[in-house]
Design a protein around this ligand. Structure first.
Ligand code: ATP
Length: 283
């Protein structure tokens, strides 16, 4: 059973094709970076895998954890149960600002507690303990009672990761989770995603503008251009020439660390990944 299986997925908005026949398989436990220039289809692809968007009619299918998400332009029945196993983290607005951080993280239980109890906010002690433990893991336990709107962008993203843990997600789809963060916050968020991948075996697919973060934290990269997969392979085999082609003239600013060599394959992550990568990132 694969974590994700996408077959010939196509999506057009009006006459504009956003996905043009994407086929892709992600194995359980992988951490995959999705890269590509603005408008290449990264968000659209993530939304299709999450079951938030249906593809064009008569073409394409998506399965997650061996169960159908969509087929031939129709979302599968019973998707709610499967969605509970898929954690989604967006670039922003992951939390309900007027609620406390703890309550936000507890919302991750909603898929498995009775609707009446969840809507009344009646969470059990065991659920609160689980939420606190998740906040502890992301280094946010000290903020549990604080309104989510008062937290920084990086703190909010880490809280969204804690909510995925409480949700007991087996797959996390993160759509540009670090795009609006400063480098230190971005590192912490990527470290947390790498940690839940490594320690909890959660499959992670993360779309990134910044190629150096993909190189640092992910072994495998899928690159999109004009809604098509133009590269799917080890991060170590990415070359600067390819990235220039992928991003056009703006590639310099994407290669902030200069980690990608002109001709040689990129050096990180190495065989001891992800420990070494995380240590490097922390250093
Ligand atoms: N709801 C929508 N309505 C119309 N067009 C859309 C919609 N969503 C996406 N598109 C178009 O589909 C294409 C792919 O967009 P998408 O947001 O998936 O790209 P992306 O790679 O995630 O870009 P970015 O890095 O800027 O977020 C773009 O041409 C975009 O304008």
């Amino acid at each position: 059973m694969q974590a994700i299986e996408i077959s010939s997925l196509a999506k057009s908005f009006g006459a504009q094709p956003a996905l043009a026949g994407v086929s892709l398989t992600v194995a359980p436990g992988e951490m995959v970076a999705l890269i590509g220039a603005s408008g290449s289809g990264k968000s659209t692809l993530i939304r299709h895998v999450a079951g938030l968007l249906a593809g064009d009619r008569a073409t394409g299918s998506v399965q997650v954890l061996g169960r159908p998400v969509q087929h031939g332009g129709r979302l599968a029945r019973g998707l709610r149960a499967l969605r509970c196993e898929i954690g989604v983290i967006f670039q922003q607005f992951n939390l309900v600002g007027r609620l406390s951080l703890l309550t936000n993280v507890l919302l991750g239980t909603l898929g498995r507690v009775p609707v009446w109890r969840g809507s009344l906010g009646l969470f059990s002690d065991a659920e609160k303990l689980e939420a606190m433990a998740a906040l502890q893991r992301v280094g946010m336990a000290g903020y549990a009672g604080q309104r989510a709107s008062t937290l920084s962008g990086g703190q909010q993203q880490r809280a969204a990761i804690a909510r995925c843990l409480v949700q007991r997600a087996r797959l996390v789809l993160a759509d540009e989770p670090i795009a609006s963060l400063d480098p230190a916050s971005a590192k912490r968020v990527m470290e947390m995603l790498a940690e839940i991948n490594r320690e909890d075996g959660i499959t992670v697919v993360v779309s990134l503008h910044q190629v150096d973060y993909a190189i640092r934290y992910c072994r495998r990269v899928v690159a999109l251009r004009d809604g098509k997969v133009v590269y799917d392979g080890p991060t170590t085999a990415l070359t600067r020439a390819f990235l220039h082609e992928l991003y056009g003239t703006s590639s310099e600013e994407l290669l902030l660390s200069g980690a990608v060599d002109e001709t040689e394959p990129a050096t990180a992550p190495d065989e001891s990944y992800p420990e070494a990568a995380v240590a490097r990132a922390a250093g």
